[in-house]
Design a protein around this ligand. Structure first.
Ligand code: CMP
Length: 140
């Protein structure tokens, strides 16, 4: 089915100047960028976005990292967009990510891991709504 997923290019990858290289991978895989916005997240925005991880030991480091610089946020649309984007990203820990994936090629550590992608249709809907009102998604 045609799905939408939320993608974030994290501060490490923005600082490395590889937004275009990552976008090219989305496009080559048939994912269409239907909304996009660069922003520097506030602490509250980062905490709300990652609210499901609030009890995890890595929560504070994750929030600190996500507010350490600007991020590029986009909605990707396409057949099986959620799984396709996760394949392109590779494993959360770049050391474990398959060769040729975004995290293997651009990420340094499990915190500075270059990209985020929604993990399921329900979370994708919540995450997209976090950043894009539906009138700012340009599907056609
Ligand atoms: P992301 O897909 O953005 O979702 C939560 C983030 O927490 C994850 O990528 C990692 O960057 C970060 N993180 C740090 N430590 C861990 C961990 N042990 N397990 C999962 N995610 C972690």
């Amino acid at each position: 089915a045609v799905e939408r997923t939320l993608s974030i290019i994290k501060p490490d990858a923005v600082a490395k100047n590889v937004i275009g290289q990552i976008y090219a991978r989305f496009e080559a895989a048939g994912l269409k960028i239907v909304a996009a916005r660069m922003t520097h997240l506030s602490r509250l925005e980062a905490e709300n976005f990652y609210a499901v991880h609030r009890q995890r030991p890595f929560f504070n480091d994750l929030v600190e990292f996500m507010i350490s610089g600007p991020v590029m946020i986009q909605v990707l649309e396409g057949e099986n967009a959620i799984a396709k984007n996760r394949e392109l990203m590779g494993a959360t820990d770049p050391q474990k990510a398959d060769k040729g994936t975004i995290r293997a090629d651009f990420a340094e550590s499990i915190d500075a891991n270059a990209v985020h992608g929604s993990d399921a249709p329900e979370t994708a809907a919540v995450e997209i709504a976090c950043f894009f009102p539906s009138l700012n998604i340009y599907s056609r």
